[in-house]
Design a protein around this ligand. Structure first.
Ligand code: SF4
Length: 354
C-alpha cells in the first residue's frame, strides 16, 4: 500500500474500526487507547479498534488471504496488504515467581513494549471516564503491581527480540507522588539489565523532585491533561480538572527542564465533546513550552464509562491533524527527535505523519 493511501486508511480505521476474525492477538482493556489490534500498512504502524460496538457498522474488515497473509477490505473491495503483529516471543516466558511475561508487559505498536506498573487508582469515583486499567486487572490478564526486577527481565528479553523502547504508565496511586515512585523503580530495573529506552507517564506530582528522580532513569515523559476544554475535562476527568491547568503547566515546565524539549508530551484526546479550538489552543500552549501535543482520537474501551461513545469522524481528525501539525512544525518540534514513548511509536494517532 502506498504511503498516502495507508495514511488515509489509518485515519479512517482509527475512527471507524475494522472487523477481524476471532484472534488471540486482539486485546481489550488496559491503559489508554488500548482496545484493538496492532497492524502495519504502507510502513505505518496503527492500533485499530476491533471490539467496540461501532466496529459492526464499519466498512472495513481485515481478512486472511489463501496464503496466510492479511489484506484490508472496504465494502468488499481489497485495498492492499496489511500485517498483523505477531505475538512477541517473550510472551512464552515467565518471571522467577511464575508470572507470564505477557502479564507484565505487552507489545505496543511496532517496536515498543508497554506496562501499567500499578493497575489501580486513588481517584475513586473521580477516575477518568476513558480509563480501562481496572478491566484487564479484574479479568486476571495482568497483575495489579508489577515487580520491578521481573519487568527488567521482560525488557531484557524484549530487547533481545528487537524491541527498543518501553512505555511505562501507572494509575495515580497516591496524590503525593502520582505513582512516580514505582515508575522510577521499574525504569531503574529496566536500565540496569537492558538497552531499552524508557518513557514514563504520570500526573503532576505534589513535589517536582519526583520528576527529577524519574528523569535520571527515563528518557522521555508524558504528563497527559487529555483535554483543554475545561467543561469537558470537568465532566470526563474531574480529578485532572480539580488539579488545575497551572499544576500541569508547572509539571510540563519541570519535565522539559529535566527531559529536554521534544521529549515531553501530553495527550489531547479528540471526541470527548470538546471544542475544536480548545484542541488547537492546547497545541499552542504545549508547543510554547517545548511539549509535543499528541493529538489522538478517543478510543472508547468497552466496559469503561465512555464505552458507549464512538470515535470522532475521520474528516474532523484529518482537519485537526493538519492544523495541529502546522503548530508543531512552526515550534520546531519533530516526532523523529523523540527517543521513546507514544510520540516515537505513533501507532495510536496520525499526528506524527502529517
Ligand atoms: S502510541 Fe503509545 S499507547 Fe499507542 S501503541 Fe504506541 S506506545 Fe502504545
Amino acid at each position: 500500500m502506498e504511503h498516502d493511501q495507508a495514511l488515509e486508511a489509518k485515519v479512517r480505521l482509527q475512527s471507524l474500526g475494522a472487523r477481524v476474525p476471532a484472534s488471540p492477538r486482539v486485546r481489550c482493556g488496559g491503559a489508554g487507547p488500548s482496545e484493538g489490534i496492532n497492524i502495519s500498512m504502507g510502513g505505518l504502524a496503527a492500533t485499530v479498534p476491533t471490539g467496540a460496538w461501532y466496529v459492526e457498522r464499519s466498512p472495513f474488515s481485515v481478512e486472511e488471504r489463501a496464503d496466510g497473509t492479511w489484506e484490508l477490505v472496504e465494502d468488499g473491495r481489497a485495498l492492499g496488504a496489511v500485517e498483523i503483529a505477531d505475538d512477541p516471543l517473550f510472551y512464552s516466558r515467565r518471571a522467577p515467581d511464575g508470572t507470564p511475561f505477557g502479564m507484565l508487559a505487552v507489545r505496543h505498536g511496532r517496536d515498543a513494549i508497554g506496562s501499567t506498573v500499578a493497575q489501580w487508582c486513588a481517584r475513586g469515583t473521580d477516575a477518568c471516564g476513558f480509563c480501562g486499567i481496572a478491566l484487564t486487572r479484574d479479568r486476571g490478564e495482568t497483575v495489579a503491581r508489577k515487580d520491578p526486577g521481573s519487568l527488567g527481565l521482560v525488557a531484557r528479553a524484549a530487547g533481545e527480540e528487537g524491541y527498543t523502547h518501553a512505555v511505562l504508565t501507572t494509575g495515580t496511586t497516591s496524590v503525593e507522588d502520582a505513582g512516580i515512585g514505582l515508575l522510577t523503580e521499574c525504569a531503574t530495573a529496566i536500565a540496569e539489565v537492558s538497552d531499552i529506552d524508557v518513557h514514563v507517564q504520570f500526573e503532576p506530582p505534589q513535589d517536582p523532585a519526583y520528576i527529577r528522580s524519574a528523569a535520571r532513569v527515563a528518557v522521555s515523559a508524558a504528563v497527559n491533561i487529555e483535554s483543554f476544554d475545561a467543561d469537558t475535562l470537568a465532566r470526563i476527568a474531574p480529578a485532572k480538572h480539580a488539579a488545575g491547568l497551572d499544576r500541569y503547566v508547572d509539571a510540563w515546565k519541570e519535565s522539559v527542564e529535566q527531559f529536554g524539549a521534544g521529549q515531553v508530551t501530553s495527550f489531547i484526546i479528540v471526541g470527548l465533546g470538546e471544542s475544536r479550538e480548545s484542541v488547537l489552543e492546547g497545541c499552542r500552549l504545549l508547543t510554547s513550552l517545548g511539549v509535543y501535543p499528541f493529538v489522538l482520537p478517543l478510543r472508547p474501551i468497552p466496559g469503561t464509562p465512555l464505552g458507549g461513545l464512538a470515535p470522532p469522524p475521520p474528516d474532523a481528525m484529518t482537519s485537526l491533524y493538519e492544523d495541529a501539525s502546522r503548530i508543531i512544525e512552526s515550534a520546531g518540534l519533530s516526532a523523529s527527535d523523540c527517543l521513546a514513548g507514544c510520540v516515537r511509536c505513533g501507532a495510536c494517532s496520525s499526528i506524527t505523519h502529517f
